[in-house]
Design a protein around this ligand. Structure first.
Ligand code: GDP
Length: 298
């Protein structure tokens, strides 16, 4: 699934770099280094990382005739190093429900990602309560209910336009009552001002914290890998307002720019915890740099 999901990026890195070489190999000179650099840049990994990989190849191979495999192995190692981070998945509460707040710009894939996370937790034997905290969008709440029923999760909803914090409060309450393992709470994806957003998320945090002292345990930012610089700027507002703890990077199947994981991690100073590679609930995997790079070069 990961391999399929990353096919577009894989084709760019693997196939295009292979195409630079003839069967008998090729001399590593400035021209080849520049061609490799250009391909790396097209994955959106950023100039810094692309330079770092290019320098490593130059250091190891300049002036020698090499084969594709030598170079690909080199790129894979270096890229995995650039993506390295904690292996830990979601930080689960020591006791009682783990509360996860999910934030992000509308359209980034928030609803879908919550369905995917629900499925992921249920697959591991956890019970899940959902809080449909995006009370501004009736459709989102409706969609989440359909997922909850299909996946076997309990859902708490509010009236259209009602206070998201009250939904959050009731969802955590339900989680405690049912002794659920995980409570996942949706939030609004469109607020006019940064101040509004901040006020609302603060209030949600406050009411959640009243119920469970160290909650929310995670605040996940859902980010569309295909949204480009503009999407990143918008998402910055959410991450600044919400004190996020990690990123769910969606739609990696829709882009050859899978290298974007590297600058995103840097820009947000947050680990990428999960990646979305399709529209179905099972199209979510934990982000593991090694598995990710293996899939790119398989
Ligand atoms: P929200 O507005 O942030 O709640 O976004 P939705 O969850 O409704 O998703 C917006 C669109 O993106 C929908 O058509 C989803 O099916 C699609 N989508 C979400 N995640 C992924 C993904 O990982 N891959 C692909 N290809 N599509 C996705």
């Amino acid at each position: 699934r990961l391999g399929q999901g990353l096919e577009k990026t894989r084709r760019l890195l693997n196939t295009d770099i292979r195409d630079l070489f003839k069967a008998e190999g090729r001399l590593v000179d400035e021209e080849l280094l520049d061609e490799i650099f250009a391909i790396l840049i097209r994955t959106d990994m950023g100039a810094g990382p692309a330079n770092q990989i290019k320098d490593r190849i130059a250091r190891d191979f300049r002036g020698r005739v090499v084969h594709t495999e030598d170079i690909l192995k080199n790129i894979q190692d270096e890229l995995a190093g650039l993506m390295q981070q904690d292996k830990e998945p979601i930080k689960m509460a020591a006791q009682g429900p783990t509360v996860i707040l999910v934030v992000g710009v509308n359209g980034a894939g928030k609803t879908t990602s919550i369905a995917k996370l629900t499925r992921w937790f249920i697959d591991q034997g956890n019970s899940v309560v959902l809080g449909a905290g995006d009370t501004f969008r009736a459709a989102a709440s409706e969609q989440l209910s359909i997922w909850a029923e299909r996946l076997g999760a309990t859902i708490i909803r509010g009236e259209a336009g009602s206070d998201p914090a009250s939904v959050a409060f009731r969802a955590v309450d339900e989680g405690l009552k049912l002794n659920a393992d995980v409570v996942i709470i949706d939030t609004a994806g469109r607020l006019q001002t940064q101040k509004n957003l901040m006020t609302q998320l603060d209030k949600m945090r406050r009411v959640i914290g009243k119920k469970i002292e160290d909650a929310p345990h995670e605040v996940l930012l859902v980010l569309d890998a295909t949204a480009g610089q503009n999407g990143i700027s918008q998402a910055k507002g959410f991450s600044d307002a919400a004190q996020c703890t990690g990123i769910v990077l969606t739609k990696l199947d829709g882009t050859a720019k899978g290298g974007v994981v590297v600058p995103i991690r840097k820009e947000f100073q947050l680990p990428v915890k999960f990646i979305g590679v399709g529209e179905k609930p099972e199209d979510l995997t934990r982000f593991d740099p090694e598995a990710f790079c293996n899939a790119l070069f398989a």
